[in-house]
Ligand binder design. Sequence first.
Ligand SMILES: Cc1cc2nc3c(=O)[nH]c(=O)nc-3n(C[C@H](O)[C@H](O)[C@H](O)COP(=O)(O)OP(=O)(O)OC[C@H]3O[C@@H](n4cnc5c(N)ncnc54)[C@H](O)[C@@H]3O)c2cc1C
Length: 397
Amino acid sequence: MNANVKKAVVVGAGISGASICFALKKRNIQTILLDAESGPAQHASGNPIGVVYPFLTKHKLAESEFSLAAFQYFLSIWEDFHLKSLVPHADGIYFLMDTDTAYDRYSNAIKSHQIPDNVASEKIEPFSSLPAIFFPNGKSVSPVDLTKQILTISNPETKYSCKLHSWEETENEEKVICQTSDGEIQCDYLFLSQGYQFANDPHSNWLPLQKVRGQILKFPEKKPTNTHGILYGDYITSAIDGYQVLGATFDEYKLEENPRPEESILLWQKLTKMLPNLSEPWGPQNPSLFPTRVSYRTQSQDRHPVVGKLPNMSKLDLSVKYQNVLRNGKKQMDIPYYKSVGILNGLGSRGLTHALFAAEILVSEMIEDQKITTESISKSLKPDRFLLRMWKREQLT
Ligand SMILES: Cc1cc2nc3c(=O)[nH]c(=O)nc-3n(C[C@H](O)[C@H](O)[C@H](O)COP(=O)(O)OP(=O)(O)OC[C@H]3O[C@@H](n4cnc5c(N)ncnc54)[C@H](O)[C@@H]3O)c2cc1C
């Protein structure tokens, strides 16, 4: 093998890991993808259908600018790599503005972000007759097939049923040594995208990320059917391969893996309340009989993804107090990093929309090639933001 070719290890074969492999492939970096499971997309990225659309705020913020840019980037990859013919999907997402607050926020978001009509516009959703934001290129899509197709394009060497146990940088910081259930692997770059299992890694378990339980229902396509996905707090997807999905519950506290029949009933009751014209013609249903899947989001404290070089907590100078630094008129904190280790996590409820762009930002930062986004977006995503907050609150000792 050519000694100049750099080697990367990516941990986690969900949508994040697949997206990192894709960004590495663009830069000709030899890549090994590890996952503890026997194949890709078996945790959060394993739901039968999810929705792709951007998160918007009333005024322009780094969070909404990132989300909109990520949505546009997703669509450009979707086009350029012909994912339309490879990934089961249905186009079109309605986001209902069913309260005055929602109307104020989303109708103004369109104006403040100067979003053109071909990306999003105000439109009445036909089943509810409520005002909505319509994303004509938003999608109901199979996350599993999306992840698999991104991996097919990226073509990394894969090691499934292979768990990363531990890792460390060499003293000269030139290499990373990974200990896995399959033996030792040396690499030039390590990318961590373990979802909620980040907590097992002592190098990243300081991050304020949280495991959040979500339950969805899969049911046979109903007639009449909604040809577009509809969001109303929960969501109902369009049918793909004869099935629709109703999701998703959100529980930060009780995390058991067993499905809860009462949650399925509540999801269905909310659907029938919000969209009676759609669901009444279907007649009475027993939602507790529909197949259910429980999985876990990884959500950060500020609900924004965590993307960037990983700070090295063992080298952090804890003797420097924020108050002292302020007194000396110097507000910067020197953050030591692992030179070759990056993290992509905290995708929360929007991993499908955000992963590809987040991975592109991460890899361009790690490889130190040209910046692909604004300073304010990349800064807003960095894991450092939590460190700075913890330092200011003296939570680091
Ligand atoms: C119920 C529910 C509904 C959702 N609906 C939507 C939606 O409609 N639209 C949307 O955009 N997003 C949705 N999301 C969010 C989206 O699914 C996630 O943001 C995304 O799948 C996260 O992907 P990931 O690759 O970061 O994590 P995961 O898919 O969880 O992948 C992490 C991988 O890391 C592996 N791993 C962990 N530790 C190790 C180790 N030590 N060694 C080797 N491998 C390891 C795991 O086996 C796993 O495969 C939903 C999430 C949930 C839970």
